[in-house]
Write a protein that binds this ligand. Structure first.
Ligand code: FAD
Length: 384
């Protein structure tokens, strides 16, 4: 495996902890979580107990971990259940924001609860009527004495099935499009927050995808996170990290699927020999391995740029696009190589396939990555 990152002893220990937790705790339970179509709250608490919810904002006295180490932790968890890893990292995303830039009162109100997973949360950009076109959101923010009044509806929000701490993006002046968008820390335990029913999906229920309405909800000035004009830019700045770790999550699901297919193919006998002794079948898995290695290189290149504080916009888009396209086909090929066994729910391949598809929408769809890469074609590949 390619892991050329310069990791500290603490980071290596944390990655090992994540690998053991994935194998010993998540593996035997993930199919049961999926069948229940609910978020595994107990499992999130267990992850908190062993330090996996301090990836972005460390415990006092501890060094922050690098982006590369975080990526490898999320990959380890995604080998068994991407939905679990995705939920975990989204709550931690908002915890980290509060830890880094939050006021003393915000830290007091939210931080410990988010890191223990007593409360869940995330970022809320999407709406029933606006996804890719983020600047087209219609949730409104109206300035009043001492704060803002938010009205509208958010949809497709990670952790909204059970969460109630969200960084909500809202429009202060529709004519200004992206320049009018501000972001607000919303406490769902206050008046005006109304959860909508969680979404029933093909799979990935550990993500807790849902939504909420904001019924003239008052948010004090203190909980304005980014003013109009700044919020859009900060959202776009953080998306490169998310695109890169989502690519890593897809790679991990392909790796897990390949492991199952190779193990099965080595033992299953057909026509007097193991499946893997048939060149056609072996080559189909070679193709999966080959594309997985390429995808990892793209992902780790983006992660290295992020870790070094360099511009990773293009690298992250390449990584996510490639992983998404590659992942769906590769996991389907692994299922094919296992015959009907590949479809059983006691192995994770079906769940991986559905989650790889979900991952093609989160943090910018494949087509939005095309737009991003397309905008750079002239500069990167055009004439000198
Ligand atoms: C599991 C899951 C978790 C999510 N979590 C969150 C979350 O925590 N917070 C949040 O805010 N959102 C979240 N989302 C929503 C996600 O960000 C959106 O699904 C995504 O932005 C795409 O928006 P859409 O689904 O509304 O598709 P649309 O924007 O309606 O697009 C429909 C199709 O058209 C394509 N398309 C759109 N514009 C163009 C274009 N200009 N050129 C070519 N093709 C185009 C899209 O790629 C897509 O294939 C989540 C989604 C999923 C599936």
């Amino acid at each position: 495996m390619i892991t050329e990152f310069d990791l500290s002893a603490d980071e290596i220990a944390l990655i090992d902890t994540a690998k053991s937790f994935a194998k010993d705790y998540i593996r035997p339970r993930a199919a049961v979580w999926e069948a229940s179509r609910k978020m595994p709250r107990e499992a999130l608490k267990e992850a908190a107990k062993i330090g996996l919810t301090y990836l972005d904002a460390p415990k006092p006295g501890k060094m922050p971990i690098s982006f590369a180490a975080k990526l490898l932790v999320l990959e380890a968890l995604s080998e068994e259940d991407m939905g679990f890893a995705f939920s975990l990292t989204n709550t931690q995303g908002i915890a980290s924001r509060i830890a880094t830039d939050g006021t003393p009162s915000q830290k007091e109100r939210f931080l410990a609860d988010l890191q223990s997973t007593e409360r869940l949360g995330g970022s809320a950009l999407s709406e029933p009527g606006a996804g890719s076109d983020f600047s087209g959101i219609t949730t409104s923010a109206r300035q009043v004495k001492g704060g803002w009044v938010l009205s509208g509806e958010k949809a497709w929000i990670t952790n909204a099935a059970e969460g109630d701490v969200f960084l909500v993006y809202a429009q202060t002046d529709p004519e200004k499009r992206w320049r009018g968008i501000g972001s607000f820390l919303v406490d769902g335990r206050q008046d005006g927050f109304e959860p909508t029913p969680p979404l029933d999906l093909l799979a990935g229920h550990a993500i807790g995808t849902g939504g909420f309405k904001l019924n003239d909800m008052f948010v004090p000035d203190e909980d304005v996170v980014a003013l109009p004009g700044e919020a859009f830019k900060t959202a776009m700045a953080s998306v490169n990290n998310a695109r890169t770790y989502v690519a890593g999550m897809i790679n991990a699901m392909v790796h897990s699927s390949l492991r199952h297919a190779v193990t099965y193919g080595g033992t299953r006998q057909a026509f007097g020999k193991s499946l893997l002794e048939n060149q056609g079948l072996k080559w189909s898995l070679v193709d999966v391995a080959n594309k997985l290695e390429a995808s990892r290189l793209l992902t780790y290149r983006a992660a290295s740029l992020i870790s070094e504080g360099q511009d990773a916009m293009l690298a992250a888009s390449h990584a996510k696009k490639f992983a998404g396209d590659m992942g769906i086909q590769a996991i389907a090929d692994c299922i094919q190589a296992m015959g009907a066994r590949g479809m059983r729910n006691d192995i994770p391949l079906g769940r991986h396939l559905a989650c790889a598809k979900l991952a093609c929408y989160t943090d910018g769809s494949t087509e939005i990555q095309n737009e991003r890469i397309g905008a750079s074609l002239g500069e990167v590949y055009g004439d000198d």
